[in-house]
Design a protein around this ligand. Structure first.
Ligand SMILES: Cc1cc2nc3c(=O)[nH]c(=O)nc-3n(C[C@H](O)[C@H](O)[C@H](O)COP(=O)(O)OP(=O)(O)OC[C@H]3O[C@@H](n4cnc5c(N)ncnc54)[C@H](O)[C@@H]3O)c2cc1C
Ligand code: SF4
Length: 287
């Protein structure tokens, strides 16, 4: 249950070397959107594109492969992709929207589809929602402190940021590698993440992350009929190399362990909120 409903799960990576070069993991997000654009499954994708500040994402609507390539890689800070959802159907004129996001952003997409408050035209225009796994996120000032103060590396010299094997990693353009233990980063987490009960984007059409798969590969859950149609066609077109998840290490056991840890910990935070004050609790959005 902690992994949500899904039709299939595999380890996969893109077969396109250009995509793989700057991708965070197996390039699943960029490759699947690039294929979906080419095939007319979507006519644009809301992604976390670059901005004027290093590693600060700006949501953009990508309608070309070049724009998708420019948005590769994980930015460990907030990218309000949902802010473009309505506009995508207005000035951008999209009829088939692709969107990538964290589990909370996938929840926002589904909520807008079921309860479209101020979201006219949006519900039937979501063509492909790709969710990424997410343990926690960080405000931009936090990211600056983690990279510049703790890793002692300038944000503009960073080529890749990653969280894995219990550490936060910063790789620079000139080949230096800095790392700090996650116990140092905890205080910088976005407080709202502490009531989040979804690790693997349970509500996406297709969800993907690095955990479970070897380096350079991704774990991919295909969850909905929509997702299965797009994924099946992309596989048939040779976009991805796949391996059964049972044949890779560490596999689903680690994904299940981390999902259970996140949910158990955050469930406790939610319970504590109920008795936070004297005879008075804090709001619980789930009830
Ligand atoms: C805050 C955060 C926490 C994460 N935590 C985990 C984790 O605990 N375990 C795990 O396995 N994976 C985690 N991931 C996901 C992982 O880092 C990769 O994003 C994912 O595996 C996709 O890799 P890819 O090679 O398929 O994507 P790529 O082809 O490199 O494309 C990445 C896509 O993600 C989008 N993106 C980047 N940053 C953001 C953002 N902040 N918000 C919304 N969209 C964004 C980009 O626009 C791009 O389209 C996390 C991601 C984020 C943003
Ligand atoms: S931990 Fe949850 S609330 Fe925080 S960014 Fe990730 S999905 Fe969203």
């Amino acid at each position: 249950m902690v992994l949500g409903n899904y039709k299939s799960v595999v380890a996969a990576r893109s077969t396109d070397n250009e995509i793989l070069k700057g991708a965070q993991d197996g390039g699943i997000v960029t490759q699947l959107f690039a294929y979906a654009l080419e095939e007319g499954i979507i006519d644009g994708a809301i992604v976390a594109g670059p901005s004027d500040e290093p590693w600060k994402p700006e949501p953009v609507i990508a309608t070309t492969k070049a724009e998708l390539l420019a948005a590769r890689g994980t930015k460990y800070t907030l990218s309000p992709n949902i802010a473009l959802l309505k506009e995508a159907t207005r000035s951008y004129g999209l009829d088939r929207i692709g969107i990538v996001g964290t589990p909370c952003q996938m929840q926002a997409v589904r909520k807008a589809q079921l309860y479209p408050i101020g979201m006219r035209d949006v519900p039937d225009k979501i063509a492909l929602a790709i969710g990424i796994f997410c343990m926690e996120n960080f405000p931009y000032q936090s990211l600056e402190a983690m990279v510049e103060d703790h890793c002692n590396v300038k944000l503009e010299s960073v080529k890749k940021l990653d969280i894995g094997k219990g550490k936060f990693w910063a790789y620079t353009e000139r080949g230096a590698v800095a790392q700090i233990p996650l116990k140092v980063t905890h205080k910088y987490e976005q407080p709202g993440c502490h009531v989040c009960l979804d690790y693997v984007s349970n509500l996406a059409d297709v969800s993907t992350g690095s955990v479970g798969a070897p380096d350079g590969w991704s774990t991919v859950f295909v969850r909905t009929q929509n997702g299965e149609n797009a994924w099946g066609k992309a596989i048939a077109a040779g976009c991805f190399e796949t391996k059964p998840i049972e044949e890779v290490k560490p596999g689903l056991d680690l994904v299940t362990k981390l999902a259970t840890e996140k949910i158990t910990k955050n469930q406790k935070t939610l319970e504590a909120r109920a008795t936070f004050g004297v005879g008075k609790g804090l709001r619980n959005p789930y009830i």
